[in-house]
Every structure is written in C-alpha cells, then in structure tokens.
Write a protein that binds this ligand. Structure first.
Ligand code: DP6
Length: 318
C-alpha cells in the first residue's frame, strides 16, 4: 500500500467579519477579524502518492465522513493551492488529494475554511516526511490564507484574530461556548464570498467600514473579557447587518438574506426583548443563522433549537 498523509482542521465563524481585501492575490483583508473556531465541524484531508503526471482530487469516504462535493472550479482552486504548497515546501511527485467533512455537505455550512486549513496541514505532514521542514503555526496560517482567507483562522482555537498577515490566538475570552446553525437554505450561493469581497468595495457605505469593523473588534474583545454578554450580542448584531448592508448597496447589489433568515432573527430578537438574555447571533455570506450560547445557557439553547428544528434543519455542538 502506498503511503498517505492525513490532517484534520475545524471550521470557524467570524463575529467581526473579513469582508473586503487590500490584495486579492494573497488574500489580505481590509480590516481585522475575530472568529470562534468550531471544533465540531471538521474537514479531513488525505494525501496519497499517485502514478501519473497530474495531481487529482476526489471525495474522501470512510466512517463518520461525509463526501465533499466540489464544482470543477472548486477542484481547480483546491489543487492550485496544493501546487502552491508543493512549491513552498519543495515537494516533488504526483498526489491524490481526498477530502471529506464530518458534517453533511448539503447542510449549508461553508467548508472552505476547514478544507483549505486541512489541506495546508496535510501538505505540511507530507513535507516533513520528505525533508526537514520547520514552520510555526502562524507561518502555516499565512500559507493557508493564500488559498482562502478565512482558513487562516482555523489554525488557532478557540478564538482567533487575523489582521493583515498576522494571525493569532486570543486568550482570556470565554471558552466552552455552544454553537448552533439554523440552516434555512442549503443551495449554492449565487455570489461566492470571493466575489463578494470585490463587490463590497463599490458600496458607498464601504467608506468608514474599516473604522467601524476595527472599533467593533476592540469593543467585542473588551465586552467578552468583561463577560458583558448583552453588549457582545449588540456588537455582533450590528456587525453582520453592516456586512449584509454592504452587499445590498454594492453595484450591482446582491444579498443572501431570505424571509426565513428574518424569521429566525426576529425570534432571537424577541427572546432578547422578553428575557434580556439570549444567544449571540451572526450570519456569514449566506442565509443561515449562527447562534452562540454561553455554557450556562444550555437549556435555552435546547429550547430554541427545539423550536427552530420544527421548520429547519439545525446543526449543533451540544
Ligand atoms: C463572509 O475566506 O471565503 O465568511 O479569501 O476569497 O476565500 P476568500 O474568502 P473567504 O471569505 C469569508 C467571508 C465571510 C466572513 C469571514 O469569514 O470573516
């Protein structure tokens, strides 16, 4: 049997968003972002030696692994990142790259962050087995960033901050948080996030965006550190609406919000209005709603999940 190299990496959800780039070639962001790493949503990448002259990709199968579906463009992008890593690490030969998730690929959860992070880590395993390679985690994160920006944050846990080419774990923020995503739509996005990064620069309200995001980033770290949950919720709420506002005011405008997303958002707002407590809410470049609860809110998380799962599929860490 031929040798193989395997790595796993988690997904992450940004509370302060990476949206807009100063350099699209190497994915440098206009502003700092802060994310929570989602250890329950994992991608596995397996690299094996292959006869032939061209690297190939196929879906990984196995126990607990759900095959990833990639478009031709998606495959190309993944294999291009592998070529880049081979050059960087001085790897020779031809390889088969297989990837799979521990969550269903049709559940509306983006897997590009975990996929690119896992590919970078598996390639590093391969590099280390061929020659001596000694990279720090932050250097590997920067390599992963060049494949897909948000993947650089998946290498640090549970909180990660990324600004320009600096990616680091942020200490002293709460851990053991619970995560849930309400999947109101599981189709492919009409506008990819890479395209969204370009388009938002055309919005009139992009002016001031960097300052707004940076202020929220610093305010959010402070409110999480001081355990001011309500303020953390308010900052994150304003932040994802800011990003979705940029989408809707771009030229041409685009959007991901659906009536179902709004229905879920309204229910969460009502929860906050009635009880002065609830989950932190955020949305990515998609229609699905992510909810983050403190560990002591487990009962609330289960109650709300019971409500949402009557109509939508949900995917939870609890
Ligand atoms: C809305 O990392 O997918 O999820 O660098 O072009 O691959 P590329 O973009 P990507 O952008 C993610 C955008 C986001 C916000 C975030 O994760 O910070």
């Amino acid at each position: 049997m031929s040798e193989s190299w395997i790595a796993k990496a988690p997904s992450n959800i940004a509370l302060i968003k990476y949206m807009g780039k100063t350099n699209s070639k190497v994915n440098l962001p206009t502003n700092g972002s802060l994310s929570l790493t989602l250890g329950h949503l994992l991608t596995t990448v397996k690299i094996s030696e292959l006869q032939g002259s061209e690297d190939q990709w196929s879906a990984l199968t196995g126990e607990g692994i759900q095959a990833v579906e990639l478009s031709e463009k998606g495959k190309r992008r993944f294999l291009d990142h592998f070529s880049f890593l081979k050059k960087e690490f001085g790897i020779e030969g031809t390889y088969l790259i297989e990837s799979g998730n521990n969550f269903p690929s049709d559940c509306g959860l983006a897997s590009s962050a975990s996929s690119f992070a896992a590919l970078t880590l598996a390639s590093y395993e391969l590099a280390k087995s061929k020659a001596s390679a000694d990279y720090m985690l932050s250097e590997l994160a920067n390599l992963s960033r060049k494949g897909s920006g948000s993947s650089c944050r998946s290498l640090f846990s549970p909180w990660c901050q990324w600004r320009e080419d600096s990616v680091e774990a942020i200490e002293a923020l709460p851990n053991n948080l619970l995560h849930s995503v309400v999947v109101v739509h599981n189709g492919r996005k009409k506008v990819s996030s890479s395209e969204a990064h370009l388009r938002v620069l055309t919005s009139a309200v992009f002016e001031g965006r960097v300052e707004r995001a940076e202020k929220r980033l610093s305010d959010l770290k402070q409110s999480l550190r001081t355990k001011n949950w309500k303020e953390s919720f308010e900052i994150c709420w304003a932040e994802f609406w800011d990003m979705h506002g940029l989408f809707e005011t771009s030229a041409p405008p685009f959007g991901y919000m659906t009536p179902q997303s709004l229905q879920v958002l309204n229910q969460v707002r009502e929860q906050w209005e009635e009880f002065n407590d609830g989950p932190i809410v955020t949305m990515d470049a998609g229609a699905n709603v992510h909810l983050i609860y403190r560990a002591d809110q487990l009962e609330l998380a289960k109650d709300l999940n019971q409500k949402f799962s009557q109509e939508y599929s949900t995917y939870n860490s609890f």
